[in-house]
Design a protein around this ligand. Structure first.
Ligand code: ADP
Ligand code: MG
Length: 308
C-alpha cells in the first residue's frame, strides 16, 4: 500500500531504531486528531498503539489532508471524498472511511438532479462565463444587472431576484448560465429548470406522487432559475399547485428566484390566467404576478438574435 511507503519516507532515519520509533510515536500522539480519539479511551493500550503505528500514521496523514481541503475533485486521500475514522476492532486500532461533507453534498445534489429530469444546463451555456461574455452594446445594462446579482447574491438574507425579458435568441439563457457558474464558484447552489419541461414533468409525476418531492427540491434551492417561463402550457394545477407554492416558500425564506421570459410582466400575467373564465382565474394569476414583480428586478435584454 502506498501509505506504508510514504510513511517510511517521512520517518527520521537518524539514531537508534528504538529512539526513532519512540520519536515517531510521540509525534503521532501529539497529533490533535489522534489526541482527540484517545481521550478517555482506557481500552486503548500502549501495545495497541505500538502495533497500530502504521494505522495511526495513515490516519494522521489522510485526516490532515482534510484541513487543507482542495475540493472534492482534487481530494488527495486514498479514496476520494472519504475521511479516515479511528476505531478499535478485536483489540486493534483500525481505520474506517466515511464520506466527507463535500462528498455527501455532491451525492445529494446528484440524487436531486436524477430526480428532476428538467433540471439541467443546456450544453451551449455549460461554460457560460462573465469573463468571455460578448459585450454587445445593447446588452450592457442586462449584463451589468446579471453581474451585480451574481456578485451580491445572498440566499437566506435577500430574496431579490431578476426577471430577464427579451426576444428569442438574445442571450437570456446564456446570461443566467454565467450567473449560475459564478455562484457555483462561490459555493451557492443554483438549480436551473427549463420551465416547459418542468411543468410537463410535474404533470407526469402526479400518478406516482413524486411531484411533492420534486417541488421540495426547488422550494429550498438556494437560487432557483425558471428558464423560459411563459413558453409552457400553464394549467390551473401547475400554476396553483406547483408555481404558487414554490414561489410562496422561496419569498418567505428570502431565497432568490430568477426568471427568463419572452414575455413582460403584463403578458405573463395574461398567460397565467390561461383561460377566459374571468373572476377567480384573473385573481390567482394576479396574485402570483404580484409576488414575481415584488421579488424581481425587471431587466430588458436587447440585442441581435444569436440563433440566426
Ligand atoms: P435566449 O435564451 O435569449 O433565447 P440564448 O441564451 O439561448 O438566448 O442564446 C442564443 C445563442 O447564443 C446560444 O447558442 C448561446 O450560447 C449564444 N450566446 C448568447 N449570449 C452569448 C454571449 N454573450 N457570448 C457568446 N455566446 C452567446
Ligand atoms: Mg433561452
Amino acid at each position: 500500500m502506498d501509505s506504508i511507503q510514504s510513511a517510511l519516507e517521512g520517518w527520521d532515519k537518524s539514531g537508534k531504531l528504538e529512539e526513532r520509533l519512540e520519536k515517531q510515536r510521540q509525534k503521532l500522539l501529539a497529533d490533535p486528531y489522534i489526541k482527540d480519539f484517545l481521550e478517555g479511551r482506557a481500552d486503548v493500550t500502549r501495545s495497541m498503539i505500538d502495533l497500530g503505528m502504521m494505522k495511526l500514521y495513515e490516519f494522521k496523514k489522510e485526516r490532515t489532508h482534510c484541513d487543507h481541503c482542495p475540493g472534492l475533485e482534487n481530494c488527495p486521500n486514498m479514496m476520494q471524498g472519504f475521511r479516515p475514522v479511528l476505531h478499535v476492532e478485536r483489540q486493534q486500532l483500525e481505520i474506517a472511511y466515511s464520506k466527507c461533507p463535500l462528498k455527501l453534498k455532491q451525492e445529494e445534489d446528484d440524487r436531486q438532479k436524477m430526480l428532476i429530469q428538467s433540471l439541467h444546463m443546456p450544453k451551449d451555456i455549460l461554460n457560460a462565463s462573465f469573463d468571455d461574455i460578448d459585450r454587445e452594446k445593447q446588452r450592457q445594462p442586462a449584463i451589468m444587472a446579471a453581474m451585480q446579482f451574481a456578485a451580491q447574491a445572498n440566499p437566506g438574507e435577500s430574496g431579490q431576484g431578476l426577471y430577464l425579458c427579451g426576444k428569442f435568441g438574445v442571450g437570456k439563457t446564456y446570461l443566467i448560465g454565467a450567473i449560475a457558474n459564478h455562484l457555483k464558484g462561490k459555493g451557492i447552489q443554483t438549480y436551473l429548470v427549463y420551465t416547459p419541461d418542468f411543468f410537463r414533468e410535474m404533470k407526469q409525476s402526479i400518478a406516482d406522487n413524486s411531484y411533492q418531492e420534486k417541488i421540495e427540491v426547488l422550494r429550498v434551492a438556494e437560487v432557483l432559475i425558471l428558464d423560459d417561463i411563459g413558453a409552457e402550457t400553464t394549467t390551473a394545477w401547475t400554476r396553483d399547485e406547483i408555481l404558487g407554492p414554490i414561489l410562496q416558500y422561496r419569498m418567505q425564506e428570502k431565497l432568490p428566484t430568477l426568471f427568463t421570459s419572452n414575455y413582460d410582466y403584463e403578458t405573463l400575467e395574461k398567460h397565467l390566467m390561461y383561460s377566459t373564465k374571468g373572476g377567480e382565474e384573473e385573481l390567482k394569476a394576479m396574485r402570483i404576478m404580484e409576488r414575481i414583480k415584488h421579488f424581481t428586478t425587471f431587466v430588458e435584454v436587447n440585442g441581435r438574435n444569436r440563433r440566426v
